[in-house]
Design a protein around this ligand. Sequence first.
Ligand code: ADP
Ligand code: TYD
Length: 196
Amino acid sequence: MLINFEGIDGCGKSTQIHLLKQYLEEHGRQVQVYREPGGTSIAEKIRSILLDSKNNMSVVSELLLFSAARAQLVQEKIIPALNDGVTVILDRFYDSTTAYQGYGRSVLPIDEICVLNKMASYGLVPEITFYLRISQKLASERRLKHAQDRIEMAGNEFYSRVLDGYEKIIKEHSRFIVLDGAQPIESIAKEIRTHL
Ligand code: ADP
Ligand code: TYD
């Protein structure tokens, strides 16, 4: 089973993924968690290029690098894990590319990004996608706790386009389960468990 978590930076994905992994393992499920971009040695190298705030990167390079990191992770880790019956939980998947490089950067056609997403994920489609909905204000308060990476430096207008973009994506796919990310950690975790 393939599950991904989506939402803007600071929405609480990592926190919920950690709790869900614990819960599923307590119930005898084998679980692997990967964060995107990353999860393999090649993808972690690509991650450091993508997030380095000193890099001045073209939008197309950014799109292709996120996709390259994903293709490596899917081929090297996700497909073998799914074949072994493991539950794979992803901290972001191609919905992030549609939201950030597509709607956020807003210079490339969304349908072309979707074609690339399909290629980079070898056609895999998650069974469930949890979207943690949170306001830009709350997300930025939570993000203050750590140094900003290159994507986070893109600013408020960028984030507002990403948020609007996610709302459009959610409407198009029935696999999305929308959660109120402003709720306490335990109530969100409880709701997530009802879907598994
Ligand atoms: P993400 O992985 O989406 O960037 P994190 O899970 O790392 O988000 O959470 C960002 C920060 O917000 C962390 O300090 C975390 O402890 C805190 N946090 C996460 N979920 C909640 C919540 N529901 N309520 C309050 N704080 C939260
Ligand atoms: P990360 O530190 O993993 O952020 P978060 O905890 O919010 O997931 O950094 C990943 C950053 O890369 C984040 O700002 C979202 C962005 N991103 C894209 O722009 N496109 C993508 O396809 C992916 C996977 C991530």
